[in-house]
Ligand binder design. Structure first.
Ligand code: NAD
Length: 417
């Protein structure tokens, strides 16, 4: 594999192999886990606003469902590939097991550039995609959610398309939908709140404190901007944030709310008053206590890992650290909160949304927040305790916990026939 920007699937398989060896996993079960249970490739024709038909490639990959229905986001990105989606589906399987919710792992993706598409084109793309994967999804089969460049509106279109085919409303068919149709407010920043809980627990274990920490956040989308805002509210100093166009830095800290307002008006964080422009690469190497990658895969690589100065790397994004960089950071003594733990607050909150939809109940904000904190802190403690017991780092401990639980479930179910 390319060590600089590895294929995410190579990374996921490498992690699985290393963990299987340590767990002494049965070879047959290891082989089962290497492959997704089901992958569907679809072509999605859309009549564009200017007349011609354009055809987009899309996928839905269902990795494993031994612990419950498949669950996973849908990513729209011009560079998305089947391998990337397969890796993300595998990570979802481990993630749901770590936080101990009754789901398996899946992921979807469409190769497109939503930034260059109108709302009408995006609606047609989404509804046609939903129609093409309709037989695979559903509340007890596979429940989609938002991911990169998809949002509440995307989920509303998928829910409506699914419901139209069923003939009745099925809010439990997706999560991360708008509150008016069965979503709930806290889902929006649940991933980022979970990241904050993990950072808080990590600082406690390291004998430091989260308040007053200097933080750099890469990516200013749903997860990145909310993480910056929540950490700011908790008393951290946010010195840098970035998006796909580049980053901004101010040693004295920026107010994420006003950066958000600036990005809403101008389309980027760049040019924010009083800040210095930096590159995404410079952001990774900044002098800070906590680095939060919240954008794409392969951002911390063997090239920049030696220059990382943060004491804690909280992986809000999926797969932001390459295996080589992981080794370098570990040797440097950086405390990594691995993606499959750090960003599991999103799927935890999706689970709460799904349960409320299935039972037709509405929980209070307090109940949701309390439940999320309890589950995230428990997941952090489970991984941390295992890392201490097995004298290993947090990523391997998280993989051991997640993969171990899924393997146990497969063993218990048996291989039919
Ligand atoms: P998003 O589309 O809302 O935001 C993505 C952000 O990343 C944007 O600000 C974009 O400008 C920026 N970006 C894109 N390419 C970049 C690059 N090369 N360098 C720097 N910034 C870049 O997506 P999101 O939902 O916030 O997802 C971000 C990450 O978090 C992804 O890895 C996703 O899989 C992961 N994640 C999301 C959720 C969720 O609930 N949305 C849950 C778990 C994990």
């Amino acid at each position: 594999m390319s060590v600089e920007k590895p294929n995410p699937l190579d990374t996921a398989l490498y992690q699985l192999k290393a963990t299987a060896e340590i767990l002494n996993l049965d070879e047959g079960i290891h082989n089962i886990l290497k492959y997704p249970k089901r992958s569907l490739a679809v072509s999605i024709p859309v009549r564009m606003d200017n007349g011609p038909i354009q055809v987009f490639m899309g996928w839905r990959v269902q990795h494993h469902d031994a612990r419950g229905p498949f669950k996973g986001g849908v990513r729209y990105h011009p560079k998305v590939t089947l391998d990337e989606i397969t890796a993300l589906a595998m990570w979802m399987t481990w993630k749901c097991a770590i936080v101990d919710i009754p789901y398996g792992g899946a992921k979807g993706g469409v190769c497109c550039n939503p930034k260059q598409m109108s709302l009408r084109e995006l609606e047609h793309l989404t509804r046609r995609y939903a129609t093409m994967i309709l037989d695979l999804i559903g509340p007890y089969r596979d429940v989609p959610a938002p991911d990169i460049y998809t949002n509440e509106q995307t989920m509303a279109w998928i829910m409506d398309t699914y419901s139209q085919f069923k003939g009745y409303s099925v809010p439990e068919s997706v999560t991360g939908k708008p509150p008016i149709i069965g979503g709930f407010k806290q889902r929006e920043d649940a991933t980022s709140r979970g990241v904050m809980f993990c950072i808080r627990e990590a600082t406690r274990r390291l004998g430091t404190r989260m308040k007053d920490s200097v933080v750099a956040v890469q990516g200013f989308g749903s997860v990145g901007w909310n993480a910056a805002r929540i950490l700011h509210e908790e008393g951290c100093r946010i010195v840098a944030v970035s998006d796909s166009k580049g980053g901004i830095y101010n040693r004295d800290g920026v107010n994420p709310l006003s950066v958000f307002e600036h990005k809403r008006k101008t389309g980027s964080v760049i040019g924010y008053a009083g800040s210095k422009q930096i590159t995404n690469r410079e952001l990774i190497e900044l002098d800070c206590d906590i680095l939060v990658p919240a954008a794409m895969e392969n951002q911390v690589t063997r090239k920049n890992a030696p220059n990382v100065k943060a004491q804690i790397v909280a992986e809000a994004a999926n797969g932001p650290t390459t295996p080589e960089a992981d080794r370098i950071l570990h040797e440097k003594g950086v405390f990594i909160i691995p993606d499959i733990l750090a960003n599991s607050g999103g799927v935890t909150s999706s689970y709460f949304e799904w349960v409320q939809n299935l039972t037709r109940e509405r929980w209070t904000e307090e109940k949701v927040n309390e439940k999320q904190e309890t589950m995230m802190v428990k997941a952090f403690n489970d991984v941390y305790s295992l890392s201490k017991k097995r004298e290993t780092h947090m990523r391997l401990a998280a993989l051991m916990l997640g993969i171990g639980r899924v393997a146990e479930a497969i063993k218990t179910l048996g291989v039919w026939p």
